[in-house]
Design a protein around this ligand. Sequence first.
Ligand code: CP
Length: 311
Amino acid sequence: MQLSTKHLLGIKELSPEDITTILATAQQFKEVLQRPVKKVPSLRDVTIVNLFYENSTRTRISFELAEKRLGADTINFSASGSSVSKGETLLDTVNNILSMKVDMVVMRHSASGAPHFLSKHLEGIPIVNAGDGINEHPTQALLDAFSIQEKTGTLKDKKILLIGDIMHSRVALSNIYLLKKMGAQIMLSGPPTLIPKHITEAFDIRVEYNLTKALQWCDVANVLRIQLERQNQVLFSSLREYNLAYGVTQHKLKHINKEIIIMHPGPINRGVEIDSDVADSGQSIILQQVENGVAVRMAVLYLLAEKKSNN
Ligand code: CP
């Protein structure tokens, strides 16, 4: 199966068939990654630039590893230490890099829509969104879906709870698009100030402000980071009070009568949105999510390269 799209700008632009194709391809790459020789030459002679205008640990390393596992040549660009500080525009920076015969761009940017902007100005170069502002983080949602499917067998009808800072979370928006398209049930929980009505109304999503009740409802709880760096006003009283009301703690989990799966995209604020004894427990699949990220990103890069060569 071929993807319907030339870029991965967001889950919004993918069809359910695209998502199924990416997850099935990721499964094949996951099997490759279990072998003693973890490399396949699928992207030999393809050069990919990882263009990071915003900090990252997981996504950046995961893309670089995925590219190397596929045999691609990779270049890593950080805005800090580059000529961006001298006033060079995004488009000039990218055009200069592309003139050195680069074939694909992976980009993280603090501005929502930055990869969409690039895709309109570059001819024939697949763009992969590695997180744009508060808009989308499509490969995170894909690796989350892969991890849920791996653990539970299916996404359809699964009860997925997203907890916390929905307002500033590109992970939340990409997860909502994907879970809706794949037939999962979604609930949101968190302070009312961090759950915008435009999201709950647009997607017709249930909200439960009592976290213990929400945890009782779900099969899987995806705990989101409180993004203090994106909040320019006070949206809850204190981190301690946030932890008391909306932190996922062993105390709250003991009050529900089933074992749910705990996820977090990282980085974790331990003791704020999740306690260490939950993050490090047997219920948590946080590190499996990171592991699965490499196979999912291999699938995305492979399928976009295939789409480009067939056009
Ligand atoms: N989950 C995630 O995007 O983490 P990084 O910011 O470290 O890439």
